[in-house]
Design a protein. Structure first.
Length: 386
């Protein structure tokens, strides 16, 4: 991986990450719930301020942060619905005006109020009671707000004014994560779900063998925090690259990436590894420069050099039957044919051939993607079956 690497340090269990003003916030648990704050952009090993004096030691763990203007909110998620905290001085002091999880879409703050969702447009001074049941979390992007609840999953397209229940064509969707790229919606559960009609219909799309805990849309890229590390997609979730090498404690078994945020030029990640043999929770706070993962000229994501990328061609395209993948002197070590939903139609492991012919005559007409893996990286080619 060369220069591409994460930095990090171990901690007690980390529940959430947030950014407000010039500060990073994380919530954790030692002897009681606590909030940590940091303001250095280079080294996060030391220099954390710990805030516990306004935090109820019996009020449940803090699992969500929401920043809007001068207001920072921190909320808990069911079944610990006791407290939601409110700060207007960069976390120095906290009050307790509303309970449950919190979220924001840049215009409104969202929080739990009694057994319903509420929103505030004046920094939490007043709250409007909404029609959706109280949620486990509130995921917001633009005017869309997603709320998983004990009664099902709800989605609003007008900042919480009206809500509709969400159904899927695959397994039940819990909205453990939510993100948007343009008008395409993504949600995490057992795999990645996608909607191309603004949430009216959902279907299992990709990452089908992963538990997707958190999603992050950054520019044209999509990040996924899963039960086996951090993945990045350059093609709206069709294909993914694992960029987790060097994360702490991913060298252990069964590590979950539970939170992802962008701070300045860094991607920050929280990783929970469960309980070790001594009964202690193994967790870590990680950071890595974004350019190492998003710049396709960097070896950190095993990007293909332009000379190699340009030498790979598919002919004929469109095709009605046989198609040949020309790779010159670059051996192919893996090949997948994906349909428009990201489903693998054909997979070849380690063919180690320079030029490969495929018979697509039995495939339905439509658009397909060829994921061509070489020793120097993976190339994605679009093709049409006539």
């Amino acid at each position: 991986m060369g220069h591409a690497q994460w930095s990090g340090f171990g901690s007690s269990e980390i529940y959430s990450l947030g950014v407000h003003d010039t500060f990073i916030f994380l919530s954790t648990y030692v002897a009681a719930p606590e909030i940590l704050r940091h303001s250095t952009k280079t080294d996060f090993q030391d220099g954390w301020d710990i805030f516990t004096k306004d935090i109820d030691p019996n009020g449940g763990n803090i699992t969500t942060f929401a920043s809007l203007g001068t207001v920072l909110m921190a909320g808990s998620t069911p079944p610990n619905t006791g407290n939601g905290y409110f700060s207007t001085d960069d976390g120095m002091n906290w009050s307790d005006p509303i309970g449950g999880p919190v979220g924001t879409n840049g215009t409104y703050l969202f929080a739990q109020y009694a057994s319903r969702v509420a929103r505030s447009r004046d920094g939490g001074q007043t709250w409007e009671h909404l029609s959706a049941p109280a949620g486990y979390n509130y995921h917001a992007a633009d005017s869309f707000v997603a709320a998983p609840t004990i009664y099902g999953n709800y989605l609003s397209s007008d900042s919480g004014g009206t809500w509709r229940a969400v159904t899927t064509t695959a397994s039940p969707l819990s909205f453990s994560a939510f993100a948007m790229l343009g008008t395409t919606m993504f949600a995490g559960d057992s795999g990645l779900f996608r909607s191309t009609d603004l949430g009216a219909h959902w279907a299992l799309f990709s990452l089908k063998d992963r538990i997707v805990n958190t999603l992050l849309a950054y520019k044209t890229y999509l990040f996924a925090g899963t039960d086996s590390g951090v993945y990045i997609s350059f093609d709206s979730g069709v294909t993914w690259k694992n960029v987790s090498q060097g994360m702490i404690p991913l060298q252990h078994y069964n590590s979950d990436v539970t939170a992802l945020i962008v701070y300045d030029s860094l991607l920050l990640a929280a990783v929970n590894n469960g309980i070790n043999n001594f009964g202690d929770v193994v967790s870590a706070f990680n950071w890595r420069p974004l350019h190492e993962m998003t710049d396709t000229t960097q070896s950190g994501v095993q990007a293909v050099a332009s000379s190699v990328r340009d030498s790979i061609d598919v002919f004929p395209n469109p095709a009605s039957g046989m198609v040949t993948i020309f790779t010159g002197n670059t051996p192919v070590i893996g090949l997948r044919v994906l349909n428009i939903l990201g489903e693998t139609m054909l997979s070849l492991s380690n063919p180690y051939q320079s030029n490969i012919s495929l018979d697509l005559s039995n495939y339905p007409s439509g658009t397909y993607f060829l994921s061509i893996e070489t020793l120097k990286g993976t190339v994605l080619r679009k093709m049409v079956r006539e």
